[in-house]
Design a protein around this ligand. Structure first.
Ligand SMILES: [Zn+2]
Length: 248
């Protein structure tokens, strides 16, 4: 039995989720199967019937994360039904309660991807941020939007349906300016997490913190993402137009 990776005290129970089960739900077929793939080879690996699990957390820490997951699942449902409060070209702004907790949830998934030893997630290497994120999650530290900012991209099909039936893990996709960016796709969203403890370009502030409970989403047509290079090109998804949006 291993020790809990979050509190480093209690014994870990078996089979903690890395990515929560609710994010797998739309991915399963009618027989409760899915095919995992990564951006590395972009081909199926093998059929799986359960989300990838590992011995990570003790019951107490598991409860802490499951609360975050329940809130996050509701947030996603609300978001999928919500209408934007503003739109401009391929940008939309939403106002949904719970965005700050959803950010903590996103970081909890990233942290789990980072510490996982499963072969599907070996390309996540958070370096010194692994311990920083552990302490934030363990101690419920409140974050400013400028700390570990997250850029969201909504993936839509041609008929405007949300593509919540794909789950992709990338690991580090590269850099924007001097920051490294860690990403994954789930629940119809590309999550791009910028690894910084708060030093961000001033022109990101409006984008990241437009108003209470507000957040910006870039819309992306899945059909135009045939090449993985396009999918992982952070800068082409978060370009200067994002800033222009809030200057209107
Ligand atoms: Zn624990």
């Amino acid at each position: 039995m291993s020790t809990c990776k979050l509190c480093n005290i209690n014994k870990a129970i078996e089979n903690s989720h890395i990515i929560p089960e609710f994010m797998y739900k739309p991915v399963y077929d009618s027989k409760h199967r899915y095919m995992p793939f990564t951006s590395k080879d972009c081909k199926t690996v093998k059929i799986e019937q359960k989300g990838i699990r590992e011995d990570l957390l003790c019951p107490e820490c598991e409860t802490k994360f499951s609360k975050l997951e329940t809130e996050a699942s509701k947030f996603i449902r609300d978001f999928h039904k919500a209408q934007p409060i503003a739109t401009h070209n391929d940008l939309r702004m939403y106002k949904i309660a719970g965005i700050d907790n959803f950010k903590i949830f996103t970081l909890s998934v990233l942290w789990r991807l980072g510490i996982s030893t499963h072969t599907s997630f070996i390309h996540y290497n958070l370096g010194p941020y692994e311990e920083k994120l552990r302490l934030i999650l363990l101690n419920d530290i409140k974050l400013k939007r400028s700390e570990y900012p997250i850029f969201f991209t909504l993936l839509l099909r041609e008929n405007k349906e949300i593509c919540d039936d794909i789950l992709v893990s990338f690991g580090k996709i590269g850099r924007i300016k001097t920051y490294s960016v860690q990403s994954f796709i789930a629940s119809g969203l590309i999550f791009d997490i910028v690894m910084t403890t708060g030093q961000i370009p001033t022109d990101w502030n409006k984008l990241l913190d437009p108003c209470t409970d507000c957040f910006a989403i870039k819309i992306q047509d899945l059909g135009k993402l045939q090449r993985k290079e396009k999918l992982i090109d952070f800068s082409s998804r978060h370009n200067a137009r994002a800033v222009e949006f809030y200057d209107l």
